[in-house]
Design a protein around this ligand. Structure first.
Ligand code: TLP
Length: 365
């Protein structure tokens, strides 16, 4: 069978057309901070990046990124992974044995939004824990109550404690350095490792006035995302001891995450680490602006934002259809009655004001 020849000119859209005609263009896209596009300067850094085959460890830009991330976090080593989920699940795999439990806050991303990978891939079982004050930020006592250590032989042993900072589904809330230190010190007394899902740890650090190194220091491993508030198009990092990262390389390959000339992505990541950290404060200010603008609408309960997320409870008949109304006004958010709005480097104050106006218009009708 002869396949028809496909030439670039015969494809329906050129790359440029698809960018220009994307239906999402000109929308105020507050669904997530994952939606950002690389800036022109970031694209230049990508184009200029030296590359090699990273499966052979020969991509100089990836190597530089890994060294730079380890330096910033004051950890021994780092590995570049395509996604935050892969970074988290690589850590779960390395810290646990099949049949072990992972103690995690009940709204944790690793438990709720990474399929059932911890069971399918690592044979681990989540032991979700509710924070009694509803904050999503567990205390040591709450964690301790869920740990099985030297329990009866028919009880699954705890293998890992997983923390999240900032905690996405708990409103982008931040775990303080002191709380993290306390949890990790007590876990280590019991010889239990702690993994920190720091997808947005730079947001937490900016909000708390801490360094990411201080927030991550007591944890055995930490994952952070480059493709969220930092604005890179792809990629996350997993950090820990050198021995842990050496093993992580094999797990990443098992998961299909061995990348080749990934330096073009690492170039964007290095640019983001250089230029996009301090500006996260602007995203936090925009979240405050949005929360302020939504206050006083009777049908809404607005949670005070701590970082770049605004969660809003919209109850009652009049709240129905809010998300569709927003879409019709060019504003995107996620959720139906529990809405999430996320600020990031591709939205500005006029965009936020447009979102506020669209919500107000819905309830004024
Ligand atoms: N979060 C995404 C969705 O999956 C919900 C988002 O839009 O917020 N940890 C945390 C705390 C995350 O929020 C996410 C992504 C991940 C891990 C996974 O990162 P990716 O999407 O790169 O696998």
């Amino acid at each position: 069978m002869t396949l028809p020849a496909i030439t670039l000119s015969s494809t329906r859209y050129s790359l440029r057309d698809s960018v220009i005609k994307s239906p999402i263009q000109n929308m105020i896209d507050l669904r997530s901070d994952t939606v950002t596009k690389p800036t022109p300067a970031m694209r230049r850094a990508m184009a200029d990046a030296e590359v090699g085959d990273d499966v052979y460890g020969e991509d100089p830009t990836v190597n530089h990124l890994q060294e730079r991330a380890a330096e910033i976090f004051e950890k021994e080593a780092a590995i570049f992974v395509p996604t935050g989920s892969m970074g988290n699940q690589t850590a779960v795999k390395l810290h646990t044995r099949p049949g072990a439990e992972v103690v995690i806050e009940e709204r944790g991303h690793i438990f709720n939004f990474e399929m059932a990978t911890m069971s399918a891939f690592s044979g681990a079982l989540a032991r979700p824990v509710r924070s009694h004050d509803g904050s999503g930020l567990l205390t040591w006592d709450e964690i301790a109550g869920a740990i099985h250590k030297n329990a009866a032989y028919y009880v699954a042993p705890t293998g890992l404690i997983a923390l999240e900072n900032s905690h996405n589904l708990a409103g982008g809330s931040v775990l303080t350095r002191e709380r993290t230190e306390d949890i990790c010190a007590r876990a280590h007394e019991m010889s239990l490792p702690v993994h920190l899902d720091g997808a947005r740890i730079f947001n937490a650090a900016v909000a708390l006035g801490e360094t990411v190194a201080a927030l991550a220091r007591p944890a055995d491993s930490v994952m952070f995302c480059l493709s969220k508030g930092l604005g890179a198009p792809v990629g996350s990092m997993l950090l820990g001891t050198r021995a842990f990262i050496d093993e992580a390389r094999g797990v990443r390959k098992m998961l299909g995450g061995g990348m080749r000339q990934a330096g073009v992505l690492a170039g964007a990541a290095l640019y983001a680490l250089e230029h996009h950290i301090a500006r996260l404060a602007d995203d936090h200010a925009l979240a405050q602006r949005l929360a302020e603008g939504l206050r006083g609408i009777a049908e809404l309960k607005v949670e005070p934002p701590q970082t770049n997320m605004v969660f809003v409870d919209a109850r009652g008949d009049r709240a129905a259809g809010l998300i569709d109304h927003l879409k019709s006004r060019g504003v995107l958010a996620t959720g139906a009655y529990h809405l999430r709005f996320v600020t990031h480097l591709d939205v500005d104050a006029p965009g936020i004001d447009r979102a506020i106006a669209a919500v107000r218009e819905h309830f004024a009708a």
